[in-house]
Design a protein around this ligand. Structure first.
Ligand SMILES: [Zn+2]
Length: 140
């Protein structure tokens, strides 16, 4: 779809959405898999009030999160665009939150009640292989 100026409207909408949420669409600095969405809403609620969380959501250095594929620690580079390796203790995703999100996605879009986080990441985010064997925040 194109507007009067010949610009692709869907691209503009997509760009606006990307400015509002940390959807980097960048390779993991450890394993090279593409991170289409950092799914920061899957971090446990108490962790979402930390300065580390705020740094990631605002695309700034100062907070790390695991890669959902290889669990390596990564954070935003100073350019606010690239993901770089981090020496910080990374935030991890919450098992109940991620499983619930996957289940709800499956019910709405796949008409199934048993969708796993791996399936959700592949279907919804295009991140095939993410969350496979992942150690969640609550896991020992
Ligand atoms: Zn990785």
């Amino acid at each position: 779809m194109y507007n009067a100026m010949g610009l692709c409207v869907s691209k503009i909408v997509e760009k606006k959405a990307r400015m509002a949420t940390p959807w980097p669409d960048k390779p993991c600095p450890h394993c090279g898999e593409t991170i289409t969405d950092l799914v920061m809403e899957m971090v446990p609620d108490p962790d979402q009030s930390t300065s580390e969380y705020a740094a990631i959501v605002n695309r700034k250095p100062g907070g790390a999160v695991t890669c959902p594929y290889c669990e390596g620690a990564m954070e935003y580079a100073a350019n606010g665009d690239d993901l770089v390796q981090s020496t910080k203790e990374p935030l991890r995703y919450s098992r109940p939150k991620t499983e619930e999100r996957a289940r709800r996605y499956g019910e709405v879009f796949l008409n199934r009640h048993d969708v796993t986080p791996e399936e959700w990441a592949g279907h919804d985010k295009g991140m095939v292989g993410a969350f496979k064997g992942y150690r969640y925040a609550e896991d020992p």
